[in-house]
Design a protein around this ligand. Structure first.
Ligand SMILES: [Zn+2]
Length: 170
């Protein structure tokens, strides 16, 4: 048996496909940034706010982070996404969020999807679905320039929401 015959290419191929191996190549995965959005959601939870967190990333750099503050600000528009859109535009010095990715723990509502439409954001990555009040079932259109990835760390985001509503019922 030659050296090349001895190599099990299937195993080699599988290890390249292994998510742990992929993380070693590029640590800036969607999961990496979603974890940061989840940290924001936990901060909302601790304040008694519905736990939704968001961050905006450009070139692997976080330029905005926020969490839901509707109770504290007594403002229905104080969703995590709305604050991050404003913060990112301020950071960039321009209103369009070109080459930016929004990471948000919950599917955006129609208000946030509308604001994201106007921002022309390049990519939206969200965690858990919101069947009732999310933009998908509400039929809200995003900008044609925007791509969407869903279900990233969805269980973690949904668990946080469940835990929040359970504690509120006590
Ligand atoms: Zn919203």
């Amino acid at each position: 048996m030659t050296f090349f015959e001895a190599i099990n290419f299937d195993i080699l191929k599988k290890s390249f496909q292994n998510p742990i191996f992929a993380t070693m190549i590029n640590p800036f995965t969607d999961e990496y940034f979603m974890k940061k959005a989840l940290q924001e959601a936990e901060m909302a939870f601790e304040k008694g706010e519905i736990p939704v967190g968001a961050i905006i990333v450009v070139a692997d750099k976080v330029i905005a982070r926020s969490h839901n503050l509707t109770e504290l600000l007594n403002d229905v528009t104080a969703h995590a996404e709305m604050q991050s859109i404003t913060a990112a535009a301020n950071f960039l010095g321009g209103k369009y969020l070109k080459d930016c990715t929004l990471y948000v723990t919950l599917e955006p509502c129609q208000m946030c999807a509308g604001a994201l439409y106007w921002s022309q954001i390049s990519k939206i990555v969200f965690g858990a679905r919101d069947e009732q009040r999310g933009f998908i079932n509400m039929g809200t259109k995003l900008h044609p320039k925007t791509t969407v990835v869903s279900g990233v760390m969805a269980n973690e985001a949904a668990d946080l929401m469940k835990r929040f509503f359970l504690e509120r019922r006590k």
